[in-house]
Design a binder for this molecule. Structure first.
Ligand code: HEC
Length: 119
């Protein structure tokens, strides 16, 4: 019985505090990131894929844009979106990207994006 209560309470706690992943997913759509990076974060054309990418790299990029450091002309596009993000939000968003489990397969991944795949 005690175990049951414990399980019950922890289930409620889980519902009360959404995971970083879920917060990131919510933010991704709320902040309009999907408008450029796509509904499955798979990118297209000049918009890089974000799903399955490494968290530290994406965090560094977002913090860079937030500090108005752009490496390319295209980076200018990201700055207004990154400026609006807090550290917690960047953390949640990059958790969402790195742990991506929404089902669809993005065009590019961090690994094996160079070369011809051995064909
Ligand atoms: C207006 C279109 C647009 C929107 C909206 C947008 N991005 Fe981007 N994003 C870009 C472009 C273009 C680049 C590539 C910039 C570059 O070359 O440095 C980029 C790059 C990035 C990168 C770096 C990826 C890499 O491989 O270097 C991250 C991370 C990122 N965006 C996250 C976000 C997040 C999170 C949001 C929502 C808060 C968002 N973007 C909204 C256009 C957009």
């Amino acid at each position: 019985m005690r175990l049951f209560i414990l399980l019950f309470v922890s289930t409620i706690a889980l519902f009360a505090a959404p995971s970083a992943y879920d917060q990131g997913k919510k933010l991704y759509f709320e902040k309009g990131c999907n408008g450029c990076h796509g509904i499955s974060a798979s990118g297209s054309g000049q918009y890089p894929a974000l799903a399955f990418r490494r968290k530290p790299f994406l965090m560094a990029k977002l913090k860079g844009y937030r500090a108005k450091q752009g490496t390319t002309q295209l980076s200018q596009m990201m700055i207004p979106f990154a400026i609006a993000l807090s550290d917690t939000q960047i953390d949640a968003l990059t958790t969402f990207f790195s742990e991506f489990k929404e089902g669809s397969i993005p065009a590019k991944r961090d690994f094996n994006i160079k070369g011809d795949g051995g064909s």
